[in-house]
Design a protein around this ligand. Sequence first.
Ligand code: 3PG
Length: 212
Amino acid sequence: MSALSKVLQGPALLPIIQAETPAEAVAIASAMYQGGISSVEVVLRTAKALDCISAIRAKLPNLLVGAGTILSEADAQAAKNAGSQFLVSPASTPKLLQAMLDTDLPLAPGVSTPSEIAMAVEMGITEVKFFPANLSGGTPMLKALSSIFQQVRFCPTGGISQQNLAEYLALKNVFVVGGSWVSPAKAVAEQDWALITELSRQATALALHLKQ
Ligand code: 3PG
């Protein structure tokens, strides 16, 4: 299994795509790609999420596409079968971690406490999603964790915006930052792809400036 940080390309950003149809997912992903994004996480929170992953893989071969909101062994296998190139979960249990490891895909399981991080490390996982980042202590918590878990690197997600993005990118133990702020639900509903491209471009500029 490769580390997620090794397969991610481009700016240190992992925007979330929540789409109702494959066409909508491709339009969002395409708008993000035009704004400089290289990797996206399609969340398994809609009926057609797996088809959305397959469609983005087919139409945008230069984007790295992962599945998010993995909550079970079935989710992990289905995401892999749909063409997902990595897996992200919001939570960690021994069973869920093992199911994700069994796919042999790069992964970032969700943690928000020292005990969850220790459990992931015990299973050989040193790249994790810090979720929900802002509500779980934000950058002060990540700084506190850095001295204890020196080998662990985080993908903070949850409450990130263009306003606080720089604080997270500046931390050495942050390898990528995730979130939905570049594709607001309103922009998706109104098919305002230009806005998604512009928000992606702003985030990309900051990420390339702070983390290259
Ligand atoms: C996730 O799935 O990681 C979260 O929904 C992202 O949180 P955000 O919408 O606050 O960015």
